[in-house]
Design a protein around this ligand. Sequence first.
Ligand SMILES: *Cc1c(COP(=O)(O)O)cnc(C)c1O
Length: 418
Amino acid sequence: MAEIAGITIRALAEKYGTPLTVYDEGKIRSILSSYRDHFTSEEFETGVLYASKAFSCKAIVKLIQEYGMYLDVVSGGEIYTAVQAGYDMSKAFFHGNNKTPAEIEYALENRVGTFVVDNVQEAELLQEFTKDCGYQVHTLLRVNPGVEAHTHHYIVTAHVDSKFGISFVNEDEIVQAVNLLKNSPNIVFDGFHAHIGSQIFDRNAFGEEIRKLFEFAVILKEKYGTEISTLNLGGGFAARYTDADAPIPTDEVCRFILETCQNEKQRTGVNITRILIEPGRSIVAEAGCTVYTAGFTKKTPNKTYVFVDGGMSDNIRPALYQAEYDAFIDGKETEPAETEYTVAGKCCESGDILIQAIRLPEVKRGDRIVMKTTGAYGYSMASHYNKLPLPAVVFVNEGTDRLVIQRETYEHMTALEE
Ligand SMILES: *Cc1c(COP(=O)(O)O)cnc(C)c1O
């Protein structure tokens, strides 16, 4: 019988029901320590930001606070969650390509420390909104260095048409936004932000990003006389979903990034003094799993299905972008995996498949199917499709479990309906 941090999955399923999202809190803590201990440098001031969107709730924000880390937020809702968790909002970074006027006001009311400005129009609006906001708002400008990385490959000069940030191709616009930010009395312009993709395995993608950002800092300094202090390199560090994935270990990727920055600083001579990164997935993905209960099975000419009591409503990633996962049957770990199953959800959508093909021991109704590495972009992307209630979320640490998000009830789902 499999355990998570000293508690059997069976006991968790009996106590909280299924589908159930379970996090091994110790794993999250050890990754947070690893980023904190390895993303340090003699040359630069450094900082690690947790990207809330990977999994946002009060419990995780409290952990981030405990480890002294910064926090990325991308909406009024994520700001609210952080405020509710008692987070020091001066350490929050507010991202987003279309922050609404209401969200900007809300962020300023809550004294969000840094805005990551996405475009010229936002810079104009922020200038207006900060006129008498009562504090100095730090800003980074999101740029698009033309490096795009997804999974195993990266492409240079790809994607000038991204909806995020201003492309290096539009130098005039970058300079216009920078000048707006620099000439606003309550705004401090710190530097640039870029984020080149997610689930990145190739360190050279980060190397290329860093090189391009330093080179642009040279242009800004020599051509326009503006010096910057900070580069935020974004997130995108990979997690291991299946045995086919081999992410760069946290210590190595931290070292590689900081060494590359140091080399670039020497090569280009620009005086960058602070380097930031903002991992989301790599902090929570592997610490989480989802426990489902197997229902009916079905044989077709080419497939054997097993249906589970959740699906795309609690994990849309397989349907959305063919994400792959590993799973096991709790209590049958040592039995021979003789049958190839398709693990499908209960939603009314043919695309509601969680795992296309996986070899498992014979599955019986009532078995607990545990899908691994569901800690990032699972719960946070969940929906009420077919009016399935959102699962409960539990943290387990050193033999103790605690409920961090209650299971939704039918009453919760209809509470706002007239
Ligand atoms: C999504 C995102 C992140 C986190 O990405 P991960 O792949 O989860 O590490 C960081 N920064 C920005 C701007 C993002 O959009």
